[in-house]
Design a protein around this ligand. Structure first.
Ligand SMILES: [Zn+2]
Length: 86
């Protein structure tokens, strides 16, 4: 039974051979992935992997849909929203 601190989605189980020869289950912290565009999946620039350490202005890009869509997809989205008005 893992201890409560290891029963987290941010941890992963790895099996390690210990000096005694047996294999033991260890828990490692997961490395966060690179932030991606929600539409095309391209890597977003200007956004850190570990967002907890930074202040708001360092975590996002200062434009509409910044930090969610890349600049190309944002441009398409805004043009689409403005041309398809009812
Ligand atoms: Zn995109």
């Amino acid at each position: 039974m893992p201890r409560p601190g290891h029963k987290s989605k941010s941890k992963r189980a790895v099996y390690r051979r210990v000096p005694g020869g047996r294999t033991s289950k260890h828990y490692e912290k997961k490395i966060p992935g690179k932030p991606q565009c929600a539409k095309c999946g391209a890597e977003l620039h200007g956004i850190p992997k570990n967002v907890k350490k930074h202040c708001k202005s360092e975590k996002t890009v200062n434009r509409p849909y910044g930090g969610h869509y890349c600049s190309k997809c944002m441009r398409e989205k805004i043009i689409d929203l403005n041309t398809n008005k009812p």
